[in-house]
Design a protein around this ligand. Structure first.
Ligand SMILES: [Zn+2]
Length: 150
């Protein structure tokens, strides 16, 4: 069962850190987050990820991410890009995402038949929407490291 009480906005200090690292504050404020609800545990297990976003809600596995680590903040920044993609393109985003997932899934099968070595998460990382989210995640992590190093 879904516990609606656990659907929250991000904590204020996390919002501050993200906005200082260059994340769009409007996007942060629109995001909903579920951490360690039965639904978020199920979704992260199915997708084998620390966080997955559908629509405006980020489903996160609190046992594998902390909002107070550079990794965790980068991941939230990554997921916020998926919220923006959904906001900008709606159903087209979802259809194109699934299309690219299937296309690269097929290519990965062919590559494996040809005995080519592929890094883990290769299919996921080829998807254009993921490339955009990964680039943002890396920029935010760089900004957070710079801030820590003074
Ligand atoms: Zn992603």
């Amino acid at each position: 069962m879904i516990n609606d009480k656990l659907i929250n906005t991000l904590p204020a200090d996390v919002v501050t850190r993200l906005s200082l690292a260059g994340v769009d504050i409007g996007l942060i404020q629109q995001a909903k987050i579920q951490v360690n609800t039965n639904l978020s545990k199920l979704i992260t297990k199915i997708f084998g990820s620390a966080a997955t976003t559908f629509g405006y809600t980020i489903y996160a596995d609190g046992s594998s991410i902390s909002f107070y680590s550079i990794y965790g903040l980068g991941l939230i920044a990554h997921e916020l890009i998926h919220i923006d993609q959904w906001k900008q393109e709606g159903l087209f985003y979802l259809i194109k995402y699934i299309g690219e997932f299937l296309k690269y899934g097929l290519i990965s099968i062919i590559k494996r038949i040809k005995r080519e070595n592929l890094p883990p998460h290769w299919v996921h990382d080829q998807i254009s929407y993921e490339k955009q989210a990964i680039a943002h995640e890396e920029n935010v992590q760089k900004a957070l490291r710079r801030a820590l190093n003074g």
